[in-house]
Write a protein that binds this ligand. Structure first.
Ligand code: GUN
Length: 285
């Protein structure tokens, strides 16, 4: 039976580290860390995420600047705001909540954010830096996954790592981070033919495919570390991951639950990136 990885506890530890360092920065350098969060329109899920980010800022002692813009905001108006925030010294990190309304080109907005303030690590410059292993920010979800794997005491070196999912936000950067830790990495996706066999070879399995209960216990190697990035809402309103927990926990050595696994890590890593941005902008790191 697997040990459950407690994402809430690991995330609380990360936030505490960030809060301690932020307090020190304020005391010793008079520096207050600031994060700007921009949301356009009324997507209910986005509203919840943005509120959680605001609360996390308060909890770690950051200043948060919230910009809630009308659905009808034009691309030009949003670009103007990003440019103002790029120049605002109180703002160390800028996060534009995705998805944006259809009439706005997300790429154009991401490209306009100063790479030094891009705490999502979505800007092509930051993506490129991750490819060559010379980065300041890591995208929050894959960074959170790495921290969870680390919390199990697993050494990634030489291990067979399988990532299911190839999104720019999770799958691709996740594979790069596992590779940097000397894992032997395979990326699978919806077109992969022998998925079950590939999964059965995985010592570390990260699932980010966005399909409820997609990975079942018969696809998991005895003793594998299983990280479930999925967050799916079933017809009965219940949240579930991409991994069928009941059958998977019988095979894995460690497994993340949904909710309470990867989810809480994402915001904690965002706080960490914002602190790093503030230190770099102050010439401290
Ligand atoms: N929408 C869903 N997840 C994210 C995220 O990590 N960052 C941003 N900017 N938008 C999101």
């Amino acid at each position: 039976m697997a040990q459950i990885i407690d994402g809430k506890a690991v995330s609380a530890a990360v936030k505490q580290e960030v809060a301690d360092e932020a307090a020190k920065l304020k005391e010793e350098k008079g520096l207050k860390v600031g994060l700007a969060v921009v949301i356009v329109g009324n997507n209910p899920a986005s509203r919840v995420y943005v509120n959680n980010k605001k609360k996390a800022c308060e909890a770690v002692g950051f200043q948060s600047f919230e910009y809630a813009l009308e659905e009808s905001t034009t691309q030009e108006q949003l670009l103007d705001l990003v440019n103002v925030l790029n120049r605002d010294d109180r703002v160390n990190g800028i996060l534009v909540q995705l998805p944006l309304p259809k009439h706005i080109d997300e790429k154009a907005i991401i490209n306009a954010i100063s790479p030094e303030k891009d705490v999502d690590a979505f800007h092509p410059i930051n993506v490129g830096r991750i490819m060559i292993g010379d980065y300041s920010f890591l995208p929050c979800t894959p960074a959170g996954v790495m921290r969870l794997i680390e919390s199990t005491g697993t050494d990634i070196t030489g291990k067979q790592c399988v990532v299911i999912g190839r999104s720019n936000i999770v799958g691709k950067p996740q594979a790069m981070l596992l590779l940097q830790k000397n894992g032997t990495v395979t990326i699978c996706h919806s077109k992969t033919k022998n998925l079950k066999e590939v999964c059965l070879g995985a010592d570390i399995l990260v699932v980010a495919i966005g399909k409820a209960n997609f990975v079942t216990g018969d696809m998991i190697k005895e003793g594998a570390v299983v990280i479930d990035v999925g967050m799916n809402r079933l017809d009965n309103g219940k949240l579930c991951g991409d991994v069928e927990f009941e059958s998977a926990e019988k095979k894995a050595s460690f497994i993340t639950p949904v909710p309470g696994g990867v989810g809480p890590m994402t915001i904690a890593m965002l706080m960490k990136n914002t602190l790093t941005a503030a230190k770099q902008q102050a010439g401290i790191e």
